[in-house]
Ligand binder design. Structure first.
Ligand code: GLP
Length: 261
């Protein structure tokens, strides 16, 4: 796993956007896996800027979102559908037919999840998956205890996640208790992954994800088994890393090597 430590959230977001932009330029019909919520917002803003300034063309990309609350319609302001259109898709020249976000209103959930997996396969898999992590180190909505080979399915959210989300809803009863999420196994099938982690409140999760044992108690730790992962952290999120100095040294050495070759 490549570890990049940036001074703050702005630098982290710019770095992530640069990497994504260079991949889009290399492969204009790239298949991206996307995440929601606070962490990737800065990166999305930067990608929007690049699109507006004609530095980047999104017209041929395909996207698959990681997850969606079950029970929320796409027009609900807290749905991940709404989030993605509000914070990214409406501002770039994406083809809406190539946008895929799991449905929060699917009736036959099992069949729907199978179909979502099939759609990813038909697109020849995800080239680059963007991930944030929860405070307990979860990815998507793969809560602690999720099978590390799981595929897209309905997950019951933990009490902690429901409580965490309550602030976004007017009424407590409205807070979703379930979500449809790509599985850890689905994520591991992506050709490359970028994990973004910022803030002090993620420092413990970041340490477990990068240096802890691979276990279902922290589903992001499964990414240690993937051969092409870049984790970008800000200074605060990196404060618990035991091998922080080595990661920084190794980044410096890699760039020296680039200059030499
Ligand atoms: C939810 C989402 C995750 C996200 C996490 C952290 O659990 N399903 O994809 O990474 O929240 O959100 P934030 O980036 O706001 O801290």
């Amino acid at each position: 796993m490549r570890i990049i430590i940036e001074p703050d959230y702005e630098a982290l977001s710019k770095k992530a956007a640069q990497i994504v932009a260079s991949k889009i330029k290399k492969k204009p019909n790239i298949v991206l896996g996307l995440a929601t919520r606070g962490t990737p917002l800065g990166m999305y803003k930067e990608l929007i800027r690049m699109g507006k300034e004609n530095e980047l063309d999104f017209s041929k990309i395909t996207t698959f979102n990681l997850d969606e609350y079950w029970g929320l319609s796409p027009s609900h302001p807290q749905s991940y559908h709404y989030f993605m259109w509000d914070n990214l898709f409406s501002h770039i020249n994406i083809n809406s037919e190539r946008v895929n976000v799991p449905s929060g209103t699917a009736k036959n959930v099992k069949a729907y999840c199978k179909w979502y997996e099939q759609k990813i396969k038909e697109a020849k898999g995800i080239d680059l998956q963007i991930l944030g992590i929860g405070r307990d180190g979860h990815i998507g909505f793969n809560e602690p205890g999720s099978s590390l080979s799981s595929k897209t399915r309905l997950k019951t959210l933990t009490v902690e996640t429901v409580e965490d989300n309550a602030r976004f809803f007017k009424n407590k009863d409205e807070v979703p208790k379930y979500a449809i999420t790509m599985g850890v196994g689905t994520i591991l099938e992506a050709k490359e992954c970028i994990i973004l982690v910022n803030g002090e409140n993620k420092a413990e999760a970041a340490q477990k994800c990068i240096e802890g044992p691979v276990c279902s108690g922290c589903t992001s730790s499964a990414l240690q088994l993937h051969s092409k992962v870049i984790t970008i952290l800000d200074e605060k999120a990196s404060q618990n890393l035991k091998r922080k100095k080595y990661y920084q040294y190794s980044e410096k050495m890699a760039s020296n090597l680039k200059k030499l070759s």
